[in-house]
Ligand binder design. Structure first.
Ligand code: PBG
Length: 385
């Protein structure tokens, strides 16, 4: 057994440098015949497979796993969606445990302050409009004193460096529950809706929004909104386009939160119970590329895919076909599934949530809208929540 005694002489170092007593210890090392860990009795004795490549070598310790990790998560990637209402109390949302309709004056500010304290400095605002302010044409969307506009202004006054995103679509303001104006035969009007979306986006920019996010899926809305913003002097306000927004059943809890689901038809009118004439068919992949090309040409700054986990292939497609930043929306139904299973003890919430978010990053998203933003940031900071 080759041993190499090593001893540091105390006289060989300058007396002014203090080295701990450990240096004085006699050390022996075994460099050639290191003990082999035991295997369980009954383990078959085999000749090693003749493999020149064993991928497990690059996974064998936490250190190498970290060294070779291709993706990472940071609170700077997260956007926290917040629901606000015009009252004072925070009202729990049954299908989204842990998420509230926040009072816009207090709960909103407290919730955003907490998110910021963990490094989440981006939010998107969703207002719950009282029924009496909803109309078939949704003019409340561009009321300069509307709940969304007041919430944006208060946030920017309180936290000037907070990145405030807004949702541009008529559904929270439309008594028919659609993102656009519904004609009596059930057609969702495109160009007429775009006219109002432009007014909505400009009024949000005027209130202080940094980035407006059209989620309505009307054709031509990104270029129209860009022109409207620019003509009012808001050349610095960005557009995050919901580029590939699918007609998904995973938005159910969100529609509970805002009471914004498509409404039953009124006398003599047809109101489609779904949004399939403007949101994309979940069966489609190429269509997302068409939408992406248009949004890019029309001037979008960021392109979004929504929902997140069931649509990772679409995130990857956009990432590989565009230089623009890509956002993924980890939507309300995805949150509800994870929360429900976690509350029953069926899933490890922290591990599953961080894995879900990491997978959206791996698929190619730069940023992620997630109701878990603050909790995930706490977990990343090593906190138990
Ligand atoms: C509104 C809008 C919706 C969501 C974001 N913006 C609902 C819808 O399109 O019906 C869903 C977000 C979520 O489920 O978390 N246009």
């Amino acid at each position: 057994m080759a041993t190499r005694p090593s001893k540091l002489s105390s006289t060989s170092r300058p007396s002014s440098i203090h080295i701990s007593a450990v240096a004085e210890v006699e050390r022996t090392v075994n460099t050639t015949n290191r003990p082999k860990p035991a295997v369980p009795e009954g383990t078959p004795v085999v000749t090693p497979q003749d493999l020149n490549r064993r991928p497990r070598r690059n996974r064998r310790s936490e250190t190498v796993r970290r060294a070779f990790s291709e993706s990472f998560l940071s609170p700077s990637h997260f956007i926290l969606p917040v629901f606000v209402h015009d009252g004072d109390k925070n009202i729990p949302i049954d299908s989204m445990p842990g998420v509230y309709r926040l009072g816009w004056r207090n709960g909103l500010i407290e919730s955003v302050a907490e998110a910021r304290s963990y490094g989440v400095n981006q939010v998107v605002i969703f207002p719950k409009t009282p029924d009496h302010l909803k109309t078939q044409t949704g003019e409340e969307a561009f009321n300069p004193d509307g709940l969304a506009q007041r919430s944006i202004a208060l946030l920017k006054d309180t936290f000037p460096d907070l990145e405030v995103y807004t949702d541009v679509a008529l559904d929270p303001y439309n008594c028919d529950g659609h993102d656009g104006i519904v004609r009596d035969d059930g057609m969702i009007l495109n160009d007429e809706t775009v006219e109002y979306l432009c007014k909505q986006a400009v009024s949000q920019a005027r209130a202080g929004a940094d980035c407006v996010s059209p989620s309505d899926m009307m054709d031509g809305r990104v270029s129209a909104i860009r022109r409207a913003l620019d003509s009012e002097g808001y050349t610095n306000v960005s557009i995050m386009a919901y580029t590939a927004k699918y007609a998904s059943a995973f938005y159910g809890p969100f529609r509970d939160a805002l009471a914004s689901a498509p409404n039953a038809a009124g006398a003599g009118r047809i109101i489609p119970p779904h949004k399939k004439t403007y949101q994309q068919d979940p069966a489609n992949y190429r269509e997302a590329l068409l939408e992406a090309r248009l949004d890019e040409q029309e001037g979008a700054d960021i392109m979004m895919v929504k929902p997140g986990l069931p649509y990772l292939d679409v995130i990857r497609q956009l990432r590989d076909n565009s230089p623009l930043p890509i956002a993924a929306y980890h939507v309300s139904g995805e949150y509800a599934m994870l929360k429900a299973a976690a509350q029953r003890g069926w899933l490890d919430e922290r591990e599953c949530v961080l894995e879900a978010l990491m997978c959206m990053r791996r698929a190619g998203s730069d940023i992620i809208l997630t109701y878990y933003a603050t909790e995930a940031a706490k977990w990343l900071a090593g906190e138990r929540v």
